[in-house]
Design a binder for this molecule. Structure first.
Ligand code: FNR
Length: 346
C-alpha cells in the first residue's frame, strides 16, 4: 500500500480559501450532481453524509466498465459510495460519526480516493442525534475535538467539520477555537442554530465575529434562500467575512448557480444531469429525487405528471429526449458486465 501513500503525499493538498463549495446534501450529492457542480464552476464538492458504520463494512471495488471506484456493501452488493478520478482532487467526503477510532478506520479506507474528510456536527435530525452524531457533538465539544484530533494526526488528507452556530456568540467562538486547535484545515459553519429552520434568517453577523476569532478558513453556509445567482454567493461570503462559501438549496434547485456567466435554463440542467446519471449508471430513484427537486411546482404540469410515473432511468430520459442515449449506454454497460447497483441511503 505504500505506493499510493507516497502518491497521496505528493498530491496537491486541498486548499479551502476562496472556494465555491457544493454543500453536503443527502440524496442530492451523489456522483452525477457533484460532477455537474464541478462543470458549472464549483471548486469543491462534498458528498452526501455517509455514516461510518455503513462505510466501515464496505469494500473498495474499482468498476472498470464505468471508470469509477465503488465502495460496496458486501452483504447485498449495493454501492454505498461511488466516485471517479475526475472529481478526486476536489472531493470532500462527509461522514456521520460519534466514534474517533471508527472514523479513523473509515478515513484510512477512503483517503486514497478523496481529497478531504469532513465530519458532520450540525445535523439536527433524530437519526443523527440518537446516534450521538451530527448536532449532538455540538453539546460534547471534548468528544468532537477528540474525533477531529485523532483524524488530523493519523490521516494524510485534510480534515474539516461542519457545525451550526450556538445560541450564544461567545460560546460559538469558544467552540470554534477549540475545534480549530485540533488541526482541522477549515470549518464549515451553517449560520443558524440547531433549532432554527430554513425559514429562519441566517446570522451572517455571528459568522463575521467567529471568522475574526480564528486563523483557519471559515466556510460560510446558510444563506442560499436568498441566493439567485453567482454574485449572491460572493455577497453572502463577504457579508460573513468568510474565506469561502458553501451552497445547498440554491444548488439543489439550479446547480448552475456556480456559473460565473449566469444561470442555465432548467431543462438544460436536467439534460446535463441525466446524461451523467446514464454515464455513471446512477440509481433511478436517486435521479428521480434530484430531478423532482429541480422541477418543484412544475411537477403539476402534464410533463411533470408523466415524469412522476417514471420508474426507470430509461423512462425519465425519454422525457428529456435522451432515450437513445440511455439505451445505447445501458447496452454497452451490459456487454462490459457492469457490476454497479443502486446507491443506497445511509
Ligand atoms: C442538507 N444539509 C445537510 N448538511 C450536512 O451537513 N449533511 C448532509 O448530508 C445534509 N443533507 C442535506 C440534504 C438536503 C436536501 C438539504 C436541503 C440540506 C444541510 C445543508 O448542507 C446546509 O447546511 C443547509 O441547507 C443550509 O444551506 P443553504 O441551503 O441555505 O445553502
Amino acid at each position: 500500500n505504500s505506493w499510493w501513500i507516497n502518491k497521496m503525499r505528493t498530491r496537491q493538498r486541498l486548499e479551502y480559501s476562496n472556494k465555491l463549495i457544493l454543500a453536503p446534501m443527502v440524496r442530492v450529492g451523489t456522483l452525477p450532481m457533484r460532477l455537474l457542480a464541478l462543470e458549472m464552476g464549483a471548486d469543491i464538492v462534498y458528498t452526501e453524509e455517509l455514516i461510518d458504520l455503513k462505510l466501515i463494512k464496505s469494500i473498495r471495488r474499482p468498476n472498470h466498465a464505468l471508470g469509477t471506484v465503488d465502495f460496496v456493501d458486501p452483504s447485498d452488493g449495493t454501492v454505498v459510495f461511488r466516485t471517479c478520478a475526475q472529481e478526486t482532487s476536489q472531493l470532500v467526503l462527509q461522514m456521520g460519526t460519534s466514534d474517533a477510532e471508527r472514523a479513523l478506520a473509515v478515513g484510512k479506507l477512503l483517503q486514497r480516493d478523496i481529497s478531504g474528510l469532513d465530519i458532520n456536527m450540525g445535523c439536527p435530525k433524530e437519526f443523527s442525534i440518537k446516534g450521538g452524531m451530527g448536532a449532538a457533538l455540538l453539546a460534547e465539544p471534548d468528544k468532537a475535538a477528540q474525533i477531529l484530533s485523532t483524524l488530523c494526526s493519523n490521516l494524510e488528507i485534510p480534515v474539516t467539520c461542519k457545525i451550526r452556530i450556538l445560541p450564544d456568540v461567545a460560546d460559538t467562538i469558544a467552540l470554534v477555537q477549540k475545534l480549530a486547535a485540533t488541526g482541522i484545515a477549515a470549518i464549515g459553519i451553517h449560520a443558524r442554530t440547531r433549532d432554527e429552520r430554513p425559514q429562519h434568517q441566517p446570522h451572517p453577523d455571528v459568522l463575521r465575529e467567529v471568522a475574526q476569532s480564528v486563523t483557519i478558513p471559515v466556510i460560510a453556509n446558510g444563506g442560499s434562500r436568498h441566493m439567485h445567482c453567482y454574485d449572491d454567493l460572493l455577497k453572502f461570503q463577504l457579508e460573513c467575512g468568510a474565506a469561502s462559501v458553501m451552497v445547498a438549496r440554491a444548488a439543489q434547485l439550479n446547480v448552475s448557480i456556480f456559473r460565473r456567466d449566469g444561470l442555465l435554463p432548467m431543462d438544460e440542467i436536467i439534460t446535463k444531469y441525466l446524461r451523467l446519471c446514464v454515464d455513471y449508471d446512477n440509481a433511478p430513484h436517486n435521479a428521480k429525487y434530484c430531478v423532482q427537486s429541480i422541477l418543484r411546482e412544475l411537477q403539476e404540469t402534464p410533463r411533470g405528471k408523466l415524469f412522476l410515473q417514471c420508474q426507470t432511468l430509461q423512462q425519465i430520459c425519454e422525457i428529456w429526449q435522451l432515450g437513445d442515449y440511455c439505451r445505447r449506454r445501458q447496452l454497452e454497460l451490459k456487454e462490459q458486465g457492469n457490476v454497479g447497483r443502486a446507491e443506497v441511503q445511509p
